[in-house]
Design a binder for this molecule. Sequence first.
Ligand SMILES: [Zn+2]
Length: 308
Amino acid sequence: MSKRKVVYSDKYDVDIGAHVFPTKKYKLVCERLLREGLLEEEDLESPHAASEEDMLLVHSQEYLNKLKTGTLSFEEIFKLEMPYSKEIVRASYLCVSGTIMACGIALDKGVGIHIGGGFHHAFRDHGEGLCVLNDIAIAIRKAIKAGRVARVMTIDCDLHQGNGTADIFSDDDEVFTFSIHQQNNYPFYKPKSNLDIGLDDYTGDKIYLNKLKRHIPKIISDFRPQLVFYVAGADPYKNDQIGNLALTIEGLKERDEFIFETSRNFNVPIAVVLAGGYAADIRDTVTIHFNTVKAALEYGRFQVGGNG
Ligand SMILES: [Zn+2]
C-alpha cells in the first residue's frame, strides 16, 4: 500500500469562461507532481461530495438552498465574482470533501495535502471573492465535532485576508485564526482574525519572512494547536495579476518550508490547501503550488504522526 495520500480531483477543472481564476491550475500541478516522480497515480485520492450535514456545520440552510436551486440574487453573484453554474456548486461541494479528507489524513499521518481548497472568503450565509463554500472552516468544525482535536490554528498566507474564516470563528476559542496579507486589497472590510498582519504594497521576501519568523513560533507556542491548517496562497507572488506584494518564487518556497519546519518542531499535524494564485504566466502559479506540495511531502517523510 502506498504511504502517501494526496487529495485531488480532476473535476476541479471547471469551465468558467475567460476569467482570472485559472481552474486548470490544479490539474497542471498534479500533472507536474506525477511527471517529476514526486507522486504516483496510486497516491491520489479522489473526494466524494461532502454531505449536507457537513455543510451545515458552517453554512446556513438558506444559503445552501440558494446554491442548489440557483436562486442567488444578482448582488450575491456579483459578490462571488464568478458566473453561477451547477457545475461550480458541484465542484465546491467536492472541494469541501477534499479538504475534510486532507484534514483526516493530517491527523492520521501528520500531514494532509489537498491539491485544491482554501476558499477562505466564503461566509456562513454568502460566498465572496471566488469562494462558494468555506472548506477550511467546515473541515475544522468537523474535526472538532468528532473529538479529534480541541484546538486548531489557521495560518493563512494567501495575499488576501481570510475574512470568511475570521468571521466564522470570531467567537470560537477553539480556533486561532492568523492571516498575513496585503492590507490595501480585497477584502476592504476585514473582520478581525486572532492575529492579522497587514502588509504594505510591494512587500518583498525579507520583510515577509521576518514577520512569519517573528510571529508563527510564538502563536503556536502560546495557543498549542493540535492541528495547523495552512492556506498556502500563491498570490503574494510579485507577478500576480490581482495582488501587489513582491515575493519571489524562491521566497514563497522558503515561506512554505518555514511553515512545515515550524510545525515539525512543535510536532503539530498540518493540513495544507492551495488557495489563490493568479500569476500573469500560469506556469509560475503552478511552480509555486508545486513547491508547496513538494515541501509538504518532504515534511511528511519525517513526520511520525500523532495528535500532538
Ligand atoms: Zn487570494
